[in-house]
Design a binder for this molecule. Structure first.
Ligand code: CP
Length: 304
């Protein structure tokens, strides 16, 4: 089985191959070509946390490739409510489906699920560390709309709890990106991740000001403050809305700047930015379909 658990499991060559495969599949993702690579396959979508994009773009990817999905539905309507553990749930669903996409609130749950599964597991986000399929679509977006090699990128917002930025910075280190971390002091990138990147000789800067860095970057990757991961709601109230992208902020930027956001957004990108040439987050959400198609097809061994 080829599982997709963490970006740390992928070499640069493997990532490039997945992005190339996604590019080949983009016309299928757009509905312009038909390719029934998943004909007769069942993909289980096992989501223990809310999701719009990850769940629905996997669903669209499977359907565009001729497969079928099997949904847990709401956790409240499942036997998790009777106390069934994740290991048993995975063992059972392994016999119902050919691949499982799992989203779960606990760090390490996807890795644990892979130990109990007899089919490939794709991590649709677990805890605050890993969201590898988001990273693949982020890399795809950056490669398509800007460039990956030696990129000057700012990762901004909730760098403490945001799993998308944690996953992404490991992958970007393979392309020797120059990274600036922008966050309120309370939401800085965890020190173990900073240390890992420094060991790889990655050039990192840290600041709490978007104004200070916006003129120097080619990609701004903005993120939401992860309200649901704060142990103390008062701490969330103190840091929410601290960073915001507005049209004013964008007055003197690189003309090729691309603004990405994994979405959903709350207040961190003003809607007036959506119509600027810099806004790229809705295209980015679409690129979830070809990249997830590529990951499904490669994990199931139906494409080389
Ligand atoms: N970006 C992302 O993972 O969105 P969802 O939580 O809606 O899936």
């Amino acid at each position: 089985n080829r599982h997709v658990i963490s970006m740390k499991d992928f070499s640069r060559e493997e990532i490039d191959h997945i992005l190339d495969t996604a590019e080949r599949l983009e016309p299928v993702a757009r509905g312009e070509e038909r390719l029934r690579l998943l004909d007769g396959k069942i993909i289980a979508l096992l989501f223990f946390e809310p999701s719009t994009r990850t769940r629905m773009s996997f669903e669209a990817a499977v359907q565009r490739l001729g497969g079928k999905t099997l949904n847990l539905g709401s956790v409240e309507a499942s036997s998790v409510m009777k106390g069934e553990n994740l290991a048993d749930t995975i063992r059972v669903i392994s016999n119902y489906a050919d691949l499982i996409v799992l989203r779960h609130p606990l760090d390490g749950s996807a890795r644990m699920a892979a130990e109990f599964a007899s089919v490939p597991i794709i991590n649709g986000g677990d805890g605050s560390v890993n969201h590898p399929t988001q990273t693949f679509l982020d890399l795809y977006t950056i490669r398509r709309e800007s460039h990956l090699e030696d990129l000057k990128i700012a990762l901004a917002g909730d760098l403490k709890y945001g799993r998308t930025v944690h996953s992404l910075c490991y992958a970007l280190s393979l392309y020797e990106a120059e990274m600036t971390f922008v966050s309120p002091p309370e939401l800085r990138m965890p020190p173990d991740i900073v240390r890992d990147l420094q060991k790889m000789d990655i050039n990192i800067k840290e600041t709490d000001s978007l104004e200070r860095i916006i003129g120097d970057v080619e990609v701004l990757y903005m993120t939401r403050v992860q309200k649901e991961r704060f142990p103390d709601p008062e701490e969330y109230e103190k840091v929410k809305n601290r960073l915001k992208v507005t049209r004013d902020l964008l007055r003197n930027v690189n003309p090729n700047l691309k603004i990405l956001h994994p979405l959903p957004r709350v207040n961190e990108i003003s809607p007036e930015v959506d119509s600027t040439p810099y806004a790229c987050y809705f295209e980015q959400a679409f690129y979830g379909i070809p990249t997830r198609m590529a990951l499904l097809a490669l994990a199931m061994g139906v494409i080389e």
